[in-house]
Design a protein around this ligand. Structure first.
Ligand SMILES: Cc1ncc(COP(=O)(O)O)c(C=O)c1O
Length: 390
């Protein structure tokens, strides 16, 4: 049996994905395939190290050691052939907080920040909660995959935009951006003095045939005018441990970010986050390779099943992440009806595509980070619902 086939009950663990369906979807007993964490245990070696730490029984203030930094340096080298320096690494208690810190550090109220939609919706709230102005460039859906609209980007970035938040790989449309796309984008940001924030939280979750390229490796110029954000949280399913890090090669830009963290009294990280990061980066390589094969097989199963049995719903080509973007426009329903159909007819808790902003209507996001059996059950329920109600 594949280790990822095991079904582990997550209910009654204060689990956001499984324990809050009544509050969020208005109904219990749905199959939960929404918020971006997986139903898999973290790698055994990581569990063992955390367990040892629990057994120690003392959870006082915890610092960042040389071995912690080395694990990140080695991870970047092994996965992306990128040589980073220890000084460039700044830890944060999550990437969404880090995005908010960056907005507060480098922009003023009322200034413009650009994102490409449909996109991970906390980008919008981070901009709006800080009273900055949201500027949107919509991705183009071409041949079942999404592309950046460079004409639109050129026009909008030139109009006094101060910052851009890039999602790379892109949640929810599952693109792993290619070298030429990142080069063009970097050139535009540099041309118009737009500071580039690159959220690369999904950078380890790359399906075969694709390659993740960290934005600072594109050129010395963009390396000096960007902040790149990473975490082990998606990769090793440790999001609840709230530890991420930002890589900021430019000393002046880094000093400003660190000053914001100091002004908020933030330092170090929590003991389990620190232990889990180092353990996963040191011992998680093989587990990750197995995980990626499993996710890819889940994706193939869903894509083929939809194609053969539910042609009204189409899977957008998946290049990375474990999040599948479903084109439901052929169901012939309004967005409200699509959302209600998934909950009330199919018994599935997926993300409402409209939440991801312009271009999201007609779509739903499905989380494939779960056992194959659950996927099969979800597909069966979906087919039945389509047959019965449409
Ligand atoms: C693109 C992206 N950024 C950030 C996050 C959340 O990061 P954190 O939990 O570290 O705030 C997610 C989670 O789904 C995500 O998809």
């Amino acid at each position: 049996m594949n280790r990822f086939d095991e079904i582990i009950d997550r209910k009654k663990t204060k689990c956001y994905k499984w324990d809050y369906n009544k509050e969020i979807f208005g109904k219990e007993n749905l199959i939960s395939m929404w918020v971006a964490d997986m139903d898999f245990q973290t790698p055994p070696k990581v569990l063992e190290i955390l367990q040892k730490r629990v057994d120690h029984g003392i959870f006082g203030y915890t610092g960042l050691t040389e071995s912690f930094y080395t694990s990140i340096i080695n991870w970047m080298k092994d996965r992306f052939n990128w040589n980073i320096k220890k000084d460039w690494i700044v830890t944060t208690p999550g990437i969404v907080p880090a995005i908010n810190f960056a907005i507060q550090t480098y922009t003023k109220k009322g200034e413009k920040i650009l994102v490409q939609t449909p996109v991970y919706y906390p980008f919008f709230t981070s901009i709006e909660n800080n009273d900055r102005k949201l500027v949107v460039s919509e991705l183009k859906l071409i041949d079942n995959h999404y592309e950046m609209d460079f004409t639109d980007l050129d026009k909008k970035l030139s109009d006094n935009v101060k910052m851009m938040i890039l999602c790379s790989p892109h949640n929810p449309v599952s693109r792993v951006w290619k070298l030429d796309e990142l080069q063009k984008l970097s050139e535009l940001c540099l041309k118009y003095n737009v500071l580039l924030i690159s959220d690369e939280i999904h950078s380890d979750l790359i399906l075969s045939g694709n390659k993740h390229i960290p934005i600072p490796t594109i050129s010395k110029e963009i390396s000096d005018y960007s902040l790149t954000m990473f975490a082990p949280s998606k990769t090793f399913n440790v999001a609840g441990l709230s530890l991420s890090y930002v890589i900021i090669p430019n000393r002046r830009i880094r000093a400003k970010f660190q000053s914001t963290l100091r002004s908020l009294g933030l330092h170090g990280g929590n003991v389990f986050g620190i232990e889990a990061l180092e353990a996963s980066y040191c011992f998680g390589h093989n587990w990750l390779e197995e995980l990626l094969l499993y996710i890819e097989d889940n994706y193939t199963l869903v894509r083929q099943y939809l194609h053969n049995n539910i042609p009204q719903i189409k899977a957008i080509k998946m290049e990375g992440t474990y999040l599948l973007w479903l084109d439901c426009t052929k169901l012939g329903l309004s967005q409200k009806e699509i959302v209600s159909f998934f909950i009330n007819k199919a018994g599935l808790a997926l993300n409402d595509g409209a939440k991801f902003g312009k271009g999201g209507k007609g779509f739903m996001r499905m989380n494939l980070g779960c056992s194959r059996e659950l996927i099969r059950q979800a597909l069966k329920q979906l087919k039945l619902a389509v047959n019965n109600s449409l």
